[in-house]
Design a protein around this ligand. Structure first.
Ligand code: GLN
Ligand code: ZN
Length: 756
């Protein structure tokens, strides 16, 4: 049995690409040095897969920032304003991803969005009416050649034409229909170019096919691929889908002339059913995504082998594959010294998943091969009970009453009470929580972690930082202050560390966007709060000012979504456990005099099921109550804020309002404030702070620019409900740009107050 990997993580086991890119951005290394780092990473990744015996090893799964942007660039989809900067190919690419501010001009980055139901973000390509879609680069060929030169025949991968056109933003009057011929031509040239090099298989990734598709979409898909696949010659095309099942287009794709179809058996609830009901074409290879590309748990071999046997029993030619790219899991367990052997037994990261692929493939062909010991161990692991229960937690969950989900009095009434007690000006200014995590801040944490400084020294440093940032915010006239979050590495890990039931890794980084990586903790067992987490910092910060300082927490949905979840209890149960733990923290903050508490739900939108029919029943019906459970116990005068990254919640506005927060801040600047119309239409009740500038880019917004944004916001949002704030936390930004940006923000708010 052959094995296939959809994609491999690309940032490097030690985040080499991140560090090299950041040096490049600062001008510390040149493009050639950056390319060299990239090249050696690619070689290393291919080597790992080769050593593990993977048969279909991907190439061109590498990216300097994002794979969809790569595909767009390859197809010539580069907006004019970036071309006009006259930068090198690489710098034009980075300008699209990160924005550009320098001697050649001042251009914002393209919008960034969550990639399907993952915590990875893609850059949204923009097609202008005058964009000429055509093959415009050579990376896919170069990376194929590069691997071949090192002796490895790879399977080049690229985002497929359907998904590309589905995710692009059309800035003019044209639609995807207008580009179909050009796109077909481009993909044909890619196939031809690879065919000339002797390539055998190409992988077109089409995750968009697991969403809801209508007749129109289907017809478009057919035309697109009839065009692309016509006259493809000897090259074999693998249509790779992932993150769900393809129920709307199963018939369609199985009748198109693909040579292989990749289906997800992990997240694709109906994948097996589709095959059972409709059969699978004899002339195609099934790339069966049976090894989970997203989770960190060991694969249960019996279960996988049974499915393989079932498929083979139907006469299907099966290649064993990962369910999606391994981009979403960390590199390897090998460097994790602090995890116990007992815990590690249950886990598999990217490299370990390669071993699983190979062991399962061997077992499928010959049950008593050398892999049979691995099989027995695997069976033993899954037939014994993991040590992960906490009876007290389970009892508390059982005792939750309906009333625990309801905050009293109603929002309208609270709004007035809060206006009277907190006394803020019209258009209050605030930030999202973190301030720049400068080198000294990170070093302080690292030194403390390594035991090089005492707890007292560690705290003293942070307290000085807090005092400075409080004074500074006061001095420029911010209304609702924050303490800066200097004690936090990351908004989830920080909380996880104080919760029982979590496991932590040291090097298990996963790419979130571009050079940003996260280290999601692992939910191992039942969750409970060990002791107060943020109270000391918040109380200290509040003691320095008469202005309200926001308590700053991460909400249960985000903590859950940014952790590697358990699979032995329901999502609902896990989220509720976390909600109870954070509820304890909210009440402690309130008791200790904190008047405004922000509960971040940065990741609420991202796990929304890809199919609309599942939105409520499989997610919102328990995610929203989990959030309510966290804050329902506070007094009316305590103001609850929430924050969400990304404003793509047009379709779930009522659910967001239902979280029953008093104020919500969210990203808006990168998406041209489109969300505002929808808020107005839906009579959104929560007070809102749509971010007035983009913090994912180092550029400083001008006062004018912010004023313009605010004027536009005022046409859609009642004055008394409008807040003024950046898009998101400032931790990834430099100090100088942050200061200047916030000074401009406060000035803009003042100008708007005078206009009101
Ligand atoms: N309070 C967090 C911060 O400011 C929120 C981060 C986020 O939304 N991703 O960093
Ligand atoms: Zn955010």
């Amino acid at each position: 049995m052959l094995t296939s990997v959809v994609g491999y993580p690309r940032i490097g086991e030690n985040r080499e690409l991140k560090f090299a890119s950041e040096k490049y951005f600062k001008g510390e290394i040149d493009a050639a040095e950056l390319e060299n780092v990239a090249k050696s990473l690619r070689a290393e990744h291919i080597r790992s897969q080769k050593e593990a015996g993977v048969d279909f090893i991907p190439s061109n799964d590498f990216s300097f920032y994002d794979c969809l942007l790569d595909t767009a660039v390859l197809c010539g989809i580069v907006p004019k304003r970036y071309k006009e900067l006259g930068l090198s190919e690489l710098d034009t690419y980075f300008a699209m991803a990160r924005g550009y501010q320098g001697e050649k001009g001042d251009v914002k980055a393209l919008a960034m969005k969550k990639w399907f139901n993952t915590n990875y973000h893609y850059i949204v390509p923009e097609i202008e009416d005058e964009t000429e879609v055509k093959l415009s680069g050579s990376r896919i060929f170069d990376e194929y050649d590069e691997a071949k030169d090192c002796g490895t025949e790879t399977k080049p991968v690229i985002i497929g034409a359907y998904t590309l056109l589905a995710l692009c933003r059309y800035t003019g009057t044209k639609t995807r229909e207008d580009y179909i011929d050009a796109v077909i031509g481009t993909y044909k040239s890619i196939i031809e170019g690879l065919a000339e090099r002797g390539d055998e298989w190409i992988q077109f990734e089409e995750p968009s096919l697991v969403r809801d598709l209508d007749e129109n979409d289907k017809a478009f898909l057919v035309r697109l691929y009839q065009g692309i696949l016509a006259g493809k010659g000897n090259v074999k095309i693998l249509l790779q889908t992932y993150y769900g099942d393809v129920r709307d287009v199963y018939d369609t794709i199985t009748t198109l002339p693909f040579d292989g179809i990749g289906l997800d058996f992990i997240e694709g609830k109906e994948t097996l059913d589709l095959i059972e009901k409709n059969g699978f074409p004899e002339d195609k290879v099934l790339f069966a995504g049976l090894v989970n590309g997203k989770n960190i748990w060991r694969n249960r071999y019996t279960k996988t082998l049974n499915t393989i046997a079932l498929l083979r029993g139907k006469g299907i030619d099966v290649v064993l594959s990962t369910s999606c790219s391994l981009l979403h899991v960390p590199y390897t367990l090998a460097g994790e010294e602090k995890l116990s052997a007992e815990h590690k037994k249950y886990l598999a990261f990217a490299k370990e998943k390669l071993v699983e692929l190979s062991e399962i493939a061997k077992l499928a062909d010959a049950p008593d091969s050398e892999a049979s010991t691995a099989y027995e161990e695997n069976e033993k692991l899954f037939s014994s009970k993991r040590d992960c229960d906490n009876e007290e937690v389970q009892k508390r969950i059982a005792e939750i009453k309906d009333a625990d989900y309801v905050r009293n009095p109603e929002r309208k009434e609270r709004e007035q009470i809060q206006k009277d007690t907190i006394k803020l000006p019209l258009f209050p200014t605030t930030t999202i929580g973190s301030f720049p995590q400068t080198k000294d801040v990170k070093k302080n944490r690292a030194d403390f972690r390594k035991g090089e400084i005492s707890e007292e020294q560690y705290k003293q440093f942070n307290k000085e930082k807090i005092e400075r940032v409080i004074r500074w915010q006061e001095s420029i006239g911010i209304d609702v202050l924050v303490h800066g979050e200097y004690e936090r590495n990351d908004m989830v890990e920080y909380f996880g560390e104080s919760l029982d039931g979590y496991l932590f890794t040291e090097r298990a980084w996963v790419q979130s966007y571009g050079t940003r990586c996260l280290k999601p903790p692992i939910i191992w067992g039942d969750i409970s709060r060990k002791k107060p987490i943020t109270v000391e910092w918040s109380v200290y910060a509040q003691s320095l000012s008469d202005k309200p300082v926001k308590g700053m927490l991460t909400g249960p949905v985000t903590i859950f979504n940014w952790s590697f979840p358990r699979e032995d209890i329901s999502i609902k149960e896990s989220m509720t456990q976390i909600a109870l733990a954070i509820r304890d923290e909210v009440l402690d903050l309130e008791t200790n005099g904190i008047r405004v508490i922000q509960i971040d739900e940065a990741a609420l939108r991202e796990k929304l099921p890809l199919r609309k029919s599942d939105w409520y029943s499989e997610y919102l019906d328990f995610a929203i109550p989990a959030f309510r459970l966290v804050h329902s116990g506070v007094r009316p005068e305590t103001q609850i804020h929430t924050h969400m990254c990304y404003s793509e919640f047009t379709d779930i506005i009522p659910a967001i309002d239902n979280m029953d927060a008093d104020v919500i801040t969210f990203e808006a600047s990168r998406s041209d404030l489109l969300i505002l119309d929808s808020l107005k239409e839906c009579n959104f009740e929560t007070e809102v702070g749509p971010g007035v500038y983009d913090i994912h880019s180092p550029r400083v917004p001008s006062v004018d620019e912010i004023v313009t944004a605010l004027r536009k916001m005022r046409t859609r949002i009642e004055d008394k409900k409008l807040w003024v704030n950046p898009d998101c936390g400032l931790k990834t930004r430099g100090e100088e740009e942050t200061k200047q940006s916030l000074i401009n923000l406060v000035q803009a708010a003042q100008i708007i107050r005078n206009e009101a």
